[in-house]
Design a binder for this molecule. Structure first.
Ligand code: NAP
Length: 275
């Protein structure tokens, strides 16, 4: 028996179409993506955001400050974009030059333009249950579960990964949906014993093949957030493909969380523009 495929492509297409319809109700909303890295997978991701934005009628400016950009230059540019009335959404791409952290620099992005929920104020509002843009990847996991009729309420969910971008905000979104949430990380003792308790297992560790069949309760729903570059230029998730023989449902990489994340960034930008 093979797991049901939790595809994100159809949901992403619907979200993009909705964003395009709302964007067309006035001047094109404008998104700025600030990058300061030579990282190839980051460049690929930025191109995919810009391409999807263009197709949805959203203007996208890629502001490339280069991998050697001083932290102060990045902060100043974010503040300028934050103050620019023509710009509705601002994303700061990672990785960042040494010494810079996303949460610290994102302090310069006003909450109303923080469309990837990176700023501490957005994260705090999310935790307090107040309206805020959630980090798009974390929101994408919940949206993918919803789309496939998986209700996290009352279920045991294990999230592997505690980053500020994915694991922590996702745990808050799932708590808000009445799941019983455990967050595991690199210092978790006996990871397999912890994850095998999960009705819903989310892998967001950035380690190819970390989750093997031994980590999975038979019939569990498994969401793979990992997007790890492979030596042959492809993408691999955190979940070993053999898990499909044990899980009840599994999201693919690529084609699962990734496209939904990009589509939600467009949705957030359109919302930030007041549509
Ligand atoms: P990150 O900042 O590197 O965080 C990774 C987390 O995983 C950390 O909390 C780390 O624990 C934990 N971890 C690492 N190795 C582990 C292990 N062997 N066992 C248990 N936990 C382990 O990464 P991230 O930014 O959250 O991204 C995670 C993955 O999601 C990456 O593959 C990334 O490319 C992908 N991603 C995908 C999307 C998308 O749209 N699909 C968007 C963003 C990220 P410690 O805290 O103890 O170090």
């Amino acid at each position: 028996m093979s797991a049901t495929v939790l595809s994100g492509r159809e949901l992403a297409a619907d979200l993009r179409a909705d964003a395009a319809r709302r964007a067309a109700k006035g001047d094109p909303p404008r998104l700025a993506v600030v990058t300061a890295t030579a990282d190839e997978s980051s460049a690929w991701y930025v191109r995919s955001i810009a391409g999807a934005a263009g197709k949805a009628g959203i203007a996208c400016d890629v502001v490339d400050l280069g991998p050697d950009a001083p932290v102060e230059t990045i902060r100043r540019r974010l503040a300028e974009l934050g103050a620019d009335d023509a710009v509705h959404g601002v994303i700061l791409q990672t990785p960042l030059p040494g010494g810079a952290t996303l949460a610290n620099l994102a302090l310069a992005i006003p909450p109303g333009k923080d469309v990837d929920g990176a700023a501490p104020l957005s994260l705090g509002r999310l935790m307090a249950g107040l309206p805020a843009f959630a980090p798009a990847t974390a929101e994408a996991v919940v949206a993918l579960l919803d789309r496939h009729g998986v209700d996290p309420a009352g279920r045991r969910v294990v999230v592997v990964g505690r980053s500020t971008v994915v694991g922590k905000p996702l745990s808050q979104l799932l708590l808000a949906r009445n799941a019983t949430v455990t967050v595991a990380h690199s210092r978790t003792a006996d990871l397999a014993a912890v994850t095998a308790e999960a009705d819903i297992l989310v892998a967001a560790a950035g380690r190819i093949g970390l989750i093997t069949p031994d980590h999975v309760k038979p019939g569990a729903v498994v969401v793979d957030v990992g997007t790890n570059p492979t030596p042959d230029g492809g993408l691999a998730g955190d979940v070993d493909p053999a898990v499909a023989g044990r899980a009840g449902a599994l999201s693919p990489v690529p084609g699962g969380v990734g496209p939904v994340t990009t589509a939600l960034l467009l949705q957030h930008t359109v919302k930030a523009a007041g549509r």
